[in-house]
Design a protein around this ligand. Structure first.
Ligand SMILES: Cc1ncc(COP(=O)(O)O)c(C=O)c1O
Length: 324
């Protein structure tokens, strides 16, 4: 973008804009920032932490702010419930990050929030899990909705950083190509637009992402996620090596199916059922004997989001039934 006209005067006439529903975003009272990793950086900056405990089982982009700010980090392991193995103590200037895996770990977060003072919650996989009062919690919007970027931050800090507003229009192409030419033909743009999110300064959420997020029917999106998730769970519970409490699902990110076979991912792909790996970097950070390594290679995050109905879930189950 070459020039932004900043006059406060509203333009009248001229060509029309992309037409989006006018509503309200889901977390109007939280700080609106450009990316999840930068929301994480915001917390680290205002709290002035000197070091952090991070799970081995997470995304490598979380290291970006740590490198930027020169913060020491140490990895910790998780157990078969994906709860942290607490064999360390968190000092007064240190903090501890926990990820709300697949949006299914709110109970663990409530428990940890009573146990630790300097807890940071990564709700990038748990958009619909409300932040616990006073607990530093961040969200990444692009994992749940068709936006190029955008993040929310809940913090008890009163310090506010002065920030410019981000611009998202140059990393929007995969979203519109998905509609016009299909998901496969937009995939390269998705990769490239992911790359340009790296190593950017903390900025306010772009007007474009905010406008899109303000037009979403969140009730419907959450309903569809819960309904699709339970549809899969009814059948897959008997095959799933990851045991979790499904009684309080709250708009989860995906259905985590843990199985011993590593061949299923490819078979699903052949049927145009795309299952992301969470997270390839974990294979570099861990040894083959570690549970996190096993999770990365064996856990299938099945899509259950608002785009889909039970008929789509049935298609996934029909493929799985031949393989399990
Ligand atoms: C668990 C987790 N936390 C944080 C992030 C960072 O979010 P963003 O891409 O919005 O910076 C990601 C992925 O990118 C993630 O998978």
């Amino acid at each position: 973008m070459k020039q932004i006209y900043s006059s406060k005067m509203k333009p009248l006439g001229g060509y029309l804009e992309l037409q989006l529903e006018k509503g309200q975003d889901y977390y109007p009272l939280l700080l609106k920032l450009n990316t999840g990793r930068n929301a994480f950086e915001y917390i680290l900056k205002v709290k002035r932490y000197t070091s952090i405990y991070l799970p081995y089982f997470t995304c490598e982009v979380l290291l970006e702010p740590l490198r930027k700010l020169g913060i020491q980090y140490q990895f910790y392991t998780i157990n078969e419930k994906m709860d942290p193995v607490l064999d360390f103590e968190v000092g007064p200037t240190e903090c501890f990050l926990y990820t709300n895996y697949f949006g299914l770990k709110q109970d663990t977060i409530l428990r940890l929030s009573k146990q630790f003072k300097n807890l940071i919650v990564d709700n990038s996989q748990a958009f619909f899990s409300e932040p616990v009062d006073g607990l530093d919690t961040f969200y990444s919007c692009r994992k749940f909705f068709g936006v190029p970027d955008g993040a929310y931050l809940n913090t008890d800090s009163l310090v506010r950083l002065k920030l410019e507003r981000d611009l998202s229009c140059d990393r929007f192409s995969h979203l519109i190509k998905n509609i016009d030419v299909g998901i496969e033909n937009g995939y390269q743009d998705y990769i490239e637009n992911n790359i340009v999110l790296s190593n950017n300064p903390i900025k306010k959420m772009s007007a474009l992402s905010h406008r899109i997020l303000s037009g979403i029917d969140y009730k419907e999106c959450k309903y569809r996620r819960n309904s699709n998730f339970m549809y899969l769970h009814d059948f897959l519970v008997n095959y799933n090596d990851y045991a979790f409490d499904a009684s309080s699902v709250n708009g989860p990110m995906a259905y985590p199916l843990l199985i011993s076979s590593t061949l299923v991912r490819k078979k699903l792909l052949e049927k145009r059922i795309y299952v992301a790996t969470y997270w390839p970097n974990v294979l570099d950070w861990t040894t083959k004997k570690m549970y996190e390594n096993y999770l990365t290679t064996h856990l299938l995050a099945l899509p259950i989001d608002h785009r889909y109905t039970h008929a789509d879930m049935k298609r996934i189950l029909n493929v799985l039934k031949q393989l399990l």
